[in-house]
Design a protein around this ligand. Structure first.
Ligand code: ZN
Ligand code: ZN
Length: 421
């Protein structure tokens, strides 16, 4: 029987209990995976702490940046076989019959979506996440990992990476594109690196001057400090952008101003979800013929393309390895934005594996302005049984705690789940 680290009481959100649990009922399209790695996303913290509402299930095993080895496949599964190394992100199921599911938009399925954890399948079985030994998911949400990517590097891409890759992909960002990324944190760092890897010129926007060097190391052509003067705005208006990815979760980022940095007909994607929303006079959009939108995780098609690009360009997030049994401590550090952790993580970057590629350097997978700090933790079990030996828990360097959460969980359409979002 699979085992996992579960939270029962949101008031004791770091008090993980080891439990046995049942996987979903098997189906012909299902792939069962023995988990070797799992990132800790800010969504995990927000879910266990109750920031996004009460649990939909009696106990939650978080984790939706999962990498592991396939242990069995249903008879309808194609292109995935036992022994393959695969990843699973923030979604494990959808209807597969609707127009969305039929057109590579399963991440927008109009009928139902099953989140990776704190969620139920239509038959009532509970979906549990990756702080565990195993998971079963529909093949559409299982992504083969190319050989060129280490498992611990692939894990944080499966939620945070895909969340920014999808809008870049759908905007056809490529050579000649000028892309702005608001927020040099978790989502933002993936945004800068993926856009640069796609051939775009990238402009990193932040309120924090100290992010400048890191933004350049990630591959940003320019760092734009959004200070109180409007000089930066004037500067960008002289050479406007095709696409802006806004990872800010706070309304302190003035979207109305930033829209003026777009070329005529340009797009801005708001990936952060400020609780309070923001005001945007239509006049601002009108002035540039601009479009504002958002995005929800990504499709399998996009995930596979992202992983191909990451392998080809050797894109690597910075990570720290910790024992999985320390997941309680780790999630508390996510909540605190632990400064000591930062220093520890940085030391690891001197290793060759963390050297920059294509002129860029990976920074922590953290994002969102002013939100509770967060980090991605990759739990690596190295193929050994959970709870019998130390497990590695890997965290992208947490030097930039702008906070992190994947808004993916905030669009829950799971049946029986009554979240406030
Ligand atoms: Zn559907
Ligand atoms: Zn996430």
């Amino acid at each position: 029987m699979p085992k996992g680290y579960a939270i029962f009481d949101q008031a004791k959100w770091s008090d993980f209990q080891k439990i046995d649990f049942d996987l979903k009922n098997p189906a012909d399209d299902d792939v069962e995976v023995s988990i070797t790695h799992c990132g800790i996303c800010g969504s995990d913290l927000h879910t266990v702490r109750g920031d996004w509402g009460t649990f939909c299930v009696p106990a939650v095993i978080p984790g939706h940046e999962i990498v592991g080895t396939v242990t069995s496949v249903g008879k309808s599964v194609q292109d995935i076989k036992v022994g393959d190394r695969v990843g699973i992100g923030a979604q494990v199921g959808s209807c597969m019959n609707c127009s969305d599911c039929s057109h590579d938009n399963e991440n927008y399925c109009a009928n139902y979506m099953v989140d990776t954890y704190n969620s139920r399948w239509p038959d009532g079985s509970i979906a549990q996440g990756g702080y565990s030994t195993a998971i079963r998911a529909h093949q559409r949400f299982v992504f083969p990992i190319p050989d060129g990517i280490k498992s611990e590097h692939a894990a944080p891409m499966l939620c945070a990476g895909l969340t920014v890759y999808s809008p870049l992909y759908r905007s056809r960002v490529g050579p000649g594109s000028r892309v702005g990324v608001i927020g040099v944190g978790g989502l933002g760092h993936f945004g800068i690196m993926f856009a640069q890897a796609l051939g775009a010129e990238v402009f990193a926007f932040s309120h924090t001057a100290s992010k400048k060097e890191d933004a350049h190391r990630m591959g940003a052509k320019e760092f734009i400090l959004m200070d109180k003067s409007d000089d930066w705005l004037k500067h960008m208006q002289q050479a406007p952008l095709d696409v802006i990815i806004n990872t800010a979760s706070s309304s302190s980022v003035e979207v109305a101003k930033i829209v003026s940095c777009l070329k005529v007909g340009g797009h801005i994607y708001c990936l952060g979800l400020p609780k309070e929303g923001f005001r945007l006079p239509v006049m601002q959009l009108c002035g540039r013929g601009a479009f504002i939108g958002s995005s929800h995780i990504g499709s399998k098609k996009e995930a596979l393309d992202m992983l191909r690009l990451a392998a080809e360009k050797k894109i690597e997030p910075w990570i720290e390895v910790l024992p999985m049994k320390e997941c309680s401590k780790a999630i508390e550090r996510v909540a605190k934005g632990d400064g000591a952790f930062r220093a520890t993580s940085r030391a690891a970057f001197n290793k060759p594996a963390f050297q920059p590629h294509f002129g860029s350097v990976w920074v922590p997978s953290l994002f969102f302005w002013g939100a509770t700090g967060g980090m991605f933790v990759t739990i690596a079990m190295s193929g050994v049984p959970l709870f019998k030996t130390d497990v590695l828990l890997k965290t992208p360097v947490a030097s930039f705690f702008e906070g992190t959460y994947c808004m993916t969980d905030m669009a829950d359409k799971t049946p029986d789940c009554d979240k406030p979002f």
